[in-house]
Design a protein around this ligand. Structure first.
Ligand code: AMP
Ligand code: GLY
Length: 421
């Protein structure tokens, strides 16, 4: 198969690494890619928003299969456009990607299907939103509707904070807001491969969204992650699939928008059982990096079977019992204004002990590797348990010379506490 992988982050570097191991792969292309991905794929300088150029490229290079990494092209309907041209795609169509693209679409679906999730109200105006606040206690959660890359959410600890968040959202014309009951519990992410009918569990993970050690400071796209999430026991996972995921997939099929691809369910494990926080229509970043380290099957073959609607009768994909852990090295200033242009050395030294350094925001300048984005490297390792994985990942981190970068020292702490004798 000739495969085009779309995206340019650490998630796509990990996917490229795993796809490259498939005997079914003839040639891997990536667009726009990054210097890490270039080790496994030939890069094409095409933006993922440029659907016409992507389709032209596929036709010119006999691409049989397109793997879409990030959410924006999925929500924009790139999947539909490629499928119209007869090209096989990993990733949902536009209508199905609404599960990520529109919080109110997902909340309405949950309400119709009795899917456990936080109580919510929608408002299209500032005054409507302020009035709706009265129906909720404190803390309360305020979310901008639409794609916000995880940044459009405020967990307000006071009424004033909630009002400020609402005012900020309605400073944009045409905004709308979802107000949610605050759910208490531990968060875990569950991944499912589905062709629209069959659902196969595809591993679990937990990430650290806050920028600072001890889970403090502003939210980020994720400063690190580990897999599996042992707090999501087999019993809880089965319950989440039966009460949340299966009714969702069945409802999408009934409404003529079958979901094909990877579904990422962000769950809150509450005293009343798992509740849905949000869906994403793609792999998590950096959760994908730890899942790929543990996956013991041919990723390309699994993705192609998903895209062709051929998952029926298959066993759930097999993952190693080891724990994988990734530490994000970010550029100083992230998540605000990251410093660009810092030099990075020592990747080869970091990988000597078996760790893998996936690249996210990097570029080459001559022979030098340079930081070029907020999250720059994902230093990833595995071990028999989280302690071993953590030790291996940080040993690799310490071999990297990236003076304008920073990272958290405590990725996996919750799991380490749980594992302690
Ligand atoms: P989201 O973008 O919907 O994933 O929200 C970002 C983060 O906000 C989540 O990972 C949670 O930590 C938190 N969050 C979102 N919704 C709720 C909720 N209803 N209750 C508690 N925390 C929430
Ligand atoms: N790490 C969170 C996400 O990919 O949405």
């Amino acid at each position: 198969m000739n495969v085009l992988l779309l995206g340019s982050g650490g998630r796509e570097h990990a996917l490229a690494w795993k796809l490259a191991q498939s005997p079914a792969l003839e040639k891997l292309w990536a667009a726009p890619g990054n210097p890490g991905i270039a080790e496994f794929a030939e890069l094409a300088d095409i933006a993922v928003s440029d659907h016409r150029s992507i389709i032209d490229f596929c036709l010119r290079h006999s691409i049989n299969f397109v793997v879409i990494g990030p959410e924006a092209p999925l929500v924009a309907g790139l999947g539909d456009n490629l499928r119209t041209m007869g090209i096989l795609v990993f990733g949902p169509n536009k209508a199905a990607a609404q599960l990520e693209g529109s919080k109110s679409f997902t909340k309405d679906l949950c309400a119709r299907e009795n899917i456990p999730t936080a109580a919510f109200a929608k408002a299209e105006s500032r005054d409507g939103a302020l009035a709706a606040l009265d129906d909720f206690g404190i803390p309360v959660v305020i979310k901008a509707d639409g794609l916000a890359a995880g940044k459009g959410v405020t967990v307000a600890m006071t009424r004033e904070e909630a009002e400020e968040a609402i005012l900020a959202i309605f400073s944009d014309a045409g905004a709308s807001v979802v107000i949610e009951e605050f759910l208490e519990g531990e968060e875990a992410s569950l991944f499912l491969l589905t062709d629209g009918t069959t659902i196969l569990p595809f591993g679990s993970a937990q990430d650290h969204k806050r920028v600072g050690d001890g889970d403090v400071g502003p939210n980020t796209g994720g400063m690190g992650a580990y897999s599996p999430a042992r707090v999501l026991t087999p019993e809880l996972e089965a319950r989440a699939i039966e009460t949340i995921v299966r009714p969702t997939i069945e409802a999408m099929a009934r409404m003529g928008a079958p979901y094909s691809g990877i579904l990422y369910a962000g769950l809150m494990l509450t005293a009343d059982g798992p509740k849905l926080i949000e869906y994403n229509a793609r792999f998590g970043d950096p959760e994908c990096q730890v899942l790929m380290l543990r996956l013991e099957e041919d990723l390309l073959e699994l993705m192609a079977a998903t895209a062709k609607g051929e998952l029926a009768g298959r066993a759930a994909p097999h993952f190693s019992n080891d724990t994988a852990l990734t530490v994000v090295m970010a550029a100083r200033g992230y998540p605000g204004t990251p410093e660009s242009g810092g030099a990075i050395c020592g990747i080869a030294a970091a990988e000597v002990g078996g760790a893998l350094v996936f690249q996210a925001g990097t570029r080459m300048e001559g022979d030098a590797l340079i930081a070029n984005g907020g999250r720059v490297l994902n230093v990833t390792a595995s071990g028999k348990n989280v302690r071993e994985a953590q030790a291996a990942a940080y040993q690799a981190v310490d071999a990297i010379d990236f003076p304008t970068g920073f990272f958290r020292r405590d990725i996996g702490w919750r799991e380490v506490v749980r594992e302690a004798p």
